[in-house]
Design a protein around this ligand. Sequence first.
Ligand code: CP3
Length: 353
Amino acid sequence: MTFSASHPLVDGRTSDSPLIAAYQGRRPDRRPVWFMRQAGRSLPEYRKLREGTAMLDACLDPGMASEITLQPVRRHDVDAAIFFSDIVIPLKLAGVDVDIVPGVGPVLGSPVRTAADVAALPELTDEALNPIREAVGKTVAELGSTPLIGFAGAPFTLAAYMVEGKPSRDHLGPRTMMHADPDAWGALTAWAADASGKFLRAQLEAGASAAQLFDSWAGSLGLADYVNHVAPASRRALDHVRGLGAPLIHFGTGTSEILVAMHDVGVDVVGVDYRLPLDEANRRLGGTVPLQGNIDPALLSAPWNVLEEHVRSVLSAAAGAPGHVVNLGHGVPPETDPAVLTRVVELVHSVAP
Ligand code: CP3
């Protein structure tokens, strides 16, 4: 399977963009920057458009999802769009009873805890992904030479929500299940891998130029659990989109101790959270892996001179890496002043790459 001739990476629209160049380990003439969670609650135009529409309904309305994806690109001059959707959309499209409760996060009608629960999970069909393809197609038609990044949740983070049935702090349910019932755990993470893999593939085929796997909660795992009970499923998710030529990025939080194992599932770029300086991340990864990160989101509310110094230190800490895409060390906090994000973009672009 290959991309069609009209895909932005094939027809040349995005293949030499600063983002794709940096992801491929080249040094483009400006340092690319985008922000995780740039599409969303920190923007007044987002809040206005979303009024009266539930989160998952907004994700499944191709016109609305596309418009929300484009808003931060217009406003901030970031070097990439991130597709407006959510990690639980593949579950929803498969027919799982899931919703996103404002202020809480993903909540399931019934948690998935036994082998029988896993066996009863519906399969995600290719056809169900049509609203995603349509939204991506509309978005890419507007973006021109700015690449769209597709994304999905990694199987552990998805399974963490599915087993608990709601957000949790320590993820005890999934961490127990992987040892207490490894067969059911293996089946659950394989199901989640295929759902996320199909979701990623739909976005890439419809025109996304890169794809990021979010394993937001992988930092709750020790290395042995990650390698033995999680990494094979993450690899399986990415197998759905390998070899297309689109850079693959892997990100999680609290992952300093498992960074190498996250690279080893087979990705081109590692996203680093705010806890680990990029020079140390680069050292741990052997100096061969392009990095993404890692401005501390907490500093977006600090005085400008404090934030500026921090951004400059992130840029210099990445100097030894083969490529660097500037991002936050986690998502944009909802209360962030959007003008600060615009100013960070201007600063990053003003510094010699
Ligand atoms: O801008 C972007 O990054 C693109 C869109 C995006 C959303 N969710 C939109 C969203 C992306 C990439 C995600 C990924 C996602 N969703 C992750 C991984 C990234 C991370 O932050 O660690 C996770 C863990 C989820 C699950 C999820 N969805 C949570 C925890 C929440 C927050 C719940 C709340 O209200 O506090 C959501 C909802 C969500 N996803 C919102 C947005 C814009 C907020 C919903 C709203 O605006 O009403």
